[in-house]
Design a protein around this ligand. Structure first.
Ligand code: SF4
Length: 585
C-alpha cells in the first residue's frame, strides 16, 4: 500500500482508508508499520484516525451501515426506519453486533437529499430506503452476500435535473474550453473570466479572476490547483450531479486554471460520501490523458499538468479551504490561521487556487463562450447563474439552475412547493427565511447560497429543524477552538432545555448570549455560522421560543437535587435543608 502511494506522507488518508476497507478498522500493528514506513509519529496517525468519522481504531462490522441524519431524511421518516433497521438486524445505533457481522450508526448528510432516506453501506451510497428495501438488506446480510453483488438498484443515484440554464445546458466537449484558451491567449482568457463577473460558487463569493491573478503573481513557481468537491452542507448535492454528468467540464476548468496560473499538479478533493463516483472520475481523467488533455505537452503546447483524486473521510470541516488543504497533506482537517491565504501559502505552503466544482464548470464555459455570454445573465452584483440543490417539502426535489435575481417565490413554484412555512437557504450555516419573505432574491446582494435550498411546509416544527441543525454543528465542530468546541455543545444543551419544556425567560436570554459568543469568537466559518439557525428563527419566531417556557424563575438544566446525593451521603444528612426544590411562581 505504501509503495502504491509512492511513500508519500500526504497520502496517509488514502492509505488509512485502504487499511480500514480490508480490516474493518485500523489495527495497532498497521499504525506502527505506517509510522515506520512513512516516518510519521504514531500519535499523529492516531490523531488523524480519531479526527475522521469514517476511520476507526476499533473494529466495525463487516457490513458497516451509516444512516444519514440530515433534516430531509428525518422528514422522510428516518427515525422510524432506523428503529426498524435496528430491530431487523438486532443491533442498536452506535454499536457493533456481538458476532461482529454488522454495525449501525448515524452519519451527517450524505448528499442524497433528493432521494432519501439515504445511507452508506461499507462506504457505498444507498438511496430510497424503505421497509421492503430494509427487509432485503437484512436478508442479504444474513446470507453474507458481498455488497458488490447486491441489487444494483439499491445503489442507483439519479441526477434529477429539472431546470437548466447556461451551465447545465452546455454542450461543451472535452478540450473545447482549453483550445479556446490557447487560441485566445492566457492573459486574454483571464480577462474574459474577469469580465464575466464570476464569483466563487462555494458561497463566499470571492472574485474568481482576482484569486487566480493573485496566485499567478506569486514569486514561488511551484503552484497547485485544488477542486473542492467536499460539499458537506446538509441539503447540498449539486456537485454530485456535476461530477457525475459534467466531469469533463470540471477537469477542463481545473486545467484552464493551471494554464493561467502555471500549475503542474491539481487535486480533486472528493467527499468520502461520493465514493460511488471515484472510479467513474478516474476513467474520465484517463480518457483526458489519452486525448492529450492531461499529462505532458497538453494539446501540443509547453504545458504539463495532471490531476489526482483524493477521497475525504467524513469530516464536514474539510469543506473549509484551509482545512481541506491540511487534509490533502494527510493531516487532521483543522482550519489554518488566515492570512496567509492559500493563494500565497496553500498546499505544502505553495501558492494554491482552491475553487469549488461549479466554479470550475463555469470557467470552462466562459473560456469557450467569453465573459459577456456569462455576464448577460443575473444581476449587476451577481452575474451569471446559480445551480441549486432543492429538497424537502416539494413535489420535484432535484437540481435547478437559475440566473441570479430569481425570486424565492418563483423557485418554489417551479419545484412544486405548497403551503410553505419557510425555506433554509444555503444550508444550516445559511439563512432561514419565513413565508413572509418569498419575494427576496437569490444573489450575493440578498440571499447568497452555496447551493442548498430546503423547503419546509406548515406541518413542520421549526424547533425540530433548529435542533437538527444545532446538533449537526456540535457534531461537526473540529474541536480546535474553545468558543466553537464548547459553545456548539452549550447551544445544543440550552436549546434542548428550552424545547423540552425546562426553560424560563432567563434561558432565552442566555441562549442569545451564547449565540453571540460562538459567532464572534470562533476561529473559522463553521463556528461563526453555527448559531445561525437559532439566531434566524429567534428573530422571526420569538413567540415560538417563548411558548416553550415554563412560568418559573429558573430551572436548572440538570437535576441539581439528585446530583447532591453523593454530598448528602458523605455528610450523612437527609433532612429538608439538604435537599433543593424548584418552586413554581
Ligand atoms: Fe474547529 Fe469550530 Fe474552531 Fe472552526 S470554529 S476551528 S470548526 S472548533
Amino acid at each position: 500500500l505504501v509503495e502504491t502511494h509512492s511513500r508519500r506522507p500526504t497520502r496517509l488518508l488514502a492509505i488509512l482508508r485502504a487499511v480500514q476497507a480490508r480490516y474493518f478498522h485500523i489495527p495497532n500493528q498497521a499504525i506502527r508499520l505506517l509510522s515506520k514506513e512513512l516516518n510519521i509519529p504514531t500519535t499523529r496517525i492516531i490523531g488523524v484516525i480519531e479526527f475522521y468519522s469514517f476511520l476507526h481504531l476499533t473494529p466495525r462490522g463487516r457490513y458497516d451501515i451509516l444512516i444519514s441524519d440530515s433534516i430531509t431524511d428525518h422528514m422522510l421518516g428516518k427515525h422510524n426506519l432506523m428503529d426498524y433497521l435496528s430491530n431487523k438486524l438486532s443491533v442498536s445505533p452506535g454499536s457493533v453486533r456481538e458476532d461482529g457481522l454488522v454495525s449501525l450508526d448515524n452519519t451527517s448528510c450524505t448528499g442524497m437529499c433528493d432521494q432519501g432516506p439515504a445511507g452508506l453501506i461499507n462506504g457505498h451510497a444507498i438511496t430510497r430506503l424503505d421497509r421492503p428495501r430494509i427487509d432485503a438488506i437484512a436478508q442479504l446480510i444474513d446470507e453474507q452476500m458481498a455488497v458488490e453483488d447486491w441489487p444494483k438498484e439499491f445503489f442507483e443515484v439519479g441526477d434529477n435535473i429539472y431546470q437548466s440554464d447556461l451551465l447545465l445546458s452546455s454542450r461543451l466537449t472535452a478540450g473545447q474550453g482549453l483550445q479556446s484558451t490557447f487560441a485566445r491567449g492566457l492573459k486574454e482568457t483571464l480577462s474574459e473570466i474577469d469580465h464575466s463577473g464570476l464569483r466563487g460558487r462555494g458561497g463566499a463569493g470571492f472574485k474568481t479572476a482576482m484569486k487566480w491573478r493573485f496566485c499567478a503573481e506569486e514569486s514561488e513557481q511551484e503552484r497547485y490547483v485544488v477542486c473542492n468537491a467536499d460539499e458537506g452542507e446538509p441539503g447540498t448535492f449539486k456537485d454530485r450531479v456535476l461530477l457525475n454528468s459534467y466531469a469533463d467540464q470540471v477537469f477542463e476548468g481545473m486545467t484552464i486554471c493551471a494554464a493561467l496560473i502555471g500549475a503542474k499538479q491539481g487535486f480533486l478533493y472528493l467527499r468520502g460520501e461520493y465514493l460511488h463516483l471515484y472510479h467513474k472520475l478516474e476513467n474520465v481523467l484517463e480518457q483526458r490523458r489519452q486525448s492529450g488533455l492531461l499529462g505532458n505537452n497538453i494539446l501540443g503546447k509547453d504545458m504539463n499538468f495532471d490531476i489526482e483524486i483524493c477521497l475525504g473521510a467524513g469530516a464536514y470541516i474539510c469543506g473549509e479551504e484551509s482545512a481541506l488543504i491540511e487534509s490533502l497533506e494527510g493531516k487532521c482537517g483543522i482550519p489554518r490561521n488566515r492570512p496567509p491565504y492559500p493563494v500565497s501559502q496553500g498546499y505544502l505552503n505553495k501558492p494554491t487556487v482552491v475553487n469549488n466544482v461549479e466554479t470550475f464548470v463555469a470557467t470552462a464555459n466562459i473560456a469557450l463562450h467569453g465573459g459577456a455570454w456569462f455576464a448577460a445573465k443575473g444581476t449587476e452584483k451577481s452575474q451569471g447563474t446559480k445551480i441549486l440543490s432543492i429538497s424537502g417539502d416539494c413535489l420535484r426535489p432535484g437540481i435547478y439552475e437559475y440566473p441570479f435575481g430569481v425570486t424565492i417565490r418563483q423557485i418554489l413554484a417551479d419545484c412544486g412547493a405548497h403551503d410553505v412555512l419557510g425555506v433554509q437557504i444555503g444550508g444550516p450555516s445559511g439563512t432561514f427565511i419565513s413565508n413572509q419573505e418569498l419575494d427576496r432574491i437569490l444573489g450575493f446582494e440578498d440571499l447568497a447560497t452555496g447551493g442548498s435550498f430546503i423547503v419546509f411546509n406548515s406541518t413542520r416544527n421549526i424547533l425540530d429543524i433548529v435542533r437538527n441543525f444545532t446538533d449537526f454543528f456540535a457534531h461537526e465542530s473540529c474541536g480546535f477552538c474553545t468558543p466553537c468546541r464548547v459553545g456548539t455543545s452549550l447551544l445544543k444543551k440550552q436549546l434542548d432545555k428550552i424545547v423540552d419544556g425546562h426553560g424560563s425567560a432567563g434561558d432565552v436570554v442566555a441562549l442569545e448570549e451564547l449565540t453571540r459568543l460562538v459567532k464572534n469568537h470562533s476561529h473559522c466559518g463553521l463556528g461563526q455560522t453555527a448559531a445561525n439557525p437559532i439566531i434566524h428563527t429567534l428573530e422571526r419566531y420569538p413567540d415560538l421560543y417563548q411558548s416553550q417556557l415554563k412560568k418559573i424563575s429558573y430551572e436548572p438544566g440538570f437535576d441539581l437535587n439528585a446530583s447532591l446525593e453523593t454530598a448528602r451521603r458523605m455528610a450523612n444528612r437527609n433532612d429538608a435543608g439538604a435537599h433543593l426544590a424548584q418552586v413554581e411562581e
